[in-house]
Write a protein that binds this ligand. Sequence first.
Ligand code: C2E
Ligand code: MG
Ligand code: MG
Ligand code: MG
Length: 281
Amino acid sequence: SAKAAGSNQWAFFKQQMTEKAAVMLRTEASLHDAILNNEFLLHFQPKLDIRTGELLGCEALIRWQRDGRLISPMTFIPVAEETGIIIPIGRWVLEQSCKVLNRWQKQYQTSTIIACNVSSKQFNSASLVPDIKRLAMRYQIDPGLLEIEITETSLMNDIEPAIDKLHQLKSAGFGIAVDDFGTGYSSLSYLRHLPITTLKIDRAFISDLPEDSAIASTILMLGQQLGLNIVAEGIENEAQESWLKAHGCIIGQGFYYSKPLPVEEFEQRYLVPAAQRVSSE
Ligand code: C2E
Ligand code: MG
Ligand code: MG
Ligand code: MG
């Protein structure tokens, strides 16, 4: 009967939900162990001055080393976000980045910026701003060298408290980038009120270049009008680069320059003084 069929469907649905919950719990448990067992690491992808090739900064991107394999953040960050375990993971990313900044200052006398991705839940937690300030103090970081990347979508979720938090970070001197810009639904007039320093044009609009440039040029003009830094993310070829150069975009990131690299490789390629690099090759 229809009723029996309905109840079968319900049983099936319930079983599926239970399985999903079980997978989530298992992943949460192993993510928790991952913190304790030091299974996370950061890769660094350079951000370069498109005009000169000079290194300006980099983005820290998390990886999970599990049974000899590197697991992409795209598979575990969403689970971490849903279960809340993103908070300690995100804190680990910030602390690790501050440690690296501290070491780079001493070892290379560099002013390379590190940008850290902050997820929605992490951004909304009350401890974010005090955590960041405390870390910057402990590791003696010039706040201008630490940049927070937050996606347009997570900012727009709950805009009023977000603005307040951005003010606190910006007035302390930290950089704030809106990540994946152009994919959300923010009203452009809102952007004026956001205390941010940088817009990152989403990769989707860079991959359209040079044929389809309407969105990229609109974002560039808007950002220039508002006096923001603009980063083009996901540059993969010379044609994209030339278009961006011709349209006044200064900061570039993408496989065309480099994939995200393990820290030692990043240092060897980008932080060793030029003279030394030439003679060692
Ligand atoms: P995202 O913040 O937008 O980071 C850029 C992603 O694009 C990175 O992927 C990077 O490897 C990739 N990418 C860079 N250049 C190119 C290119 O030229 N072509 C293509 N096809 N891809 C490019 P990744 O490392 O897999 O990270 C994916 C996403 O995971 C990030 O997107 C970010 O949303 C999230 N994520 C990564 N690390 C963290 C973290 O520490 N915390 C949080 N909350 N999220 C993170
Ligand atoms: Mg990012
Ligand atoms: Mg992005
Ligand atoms: Mg993204």
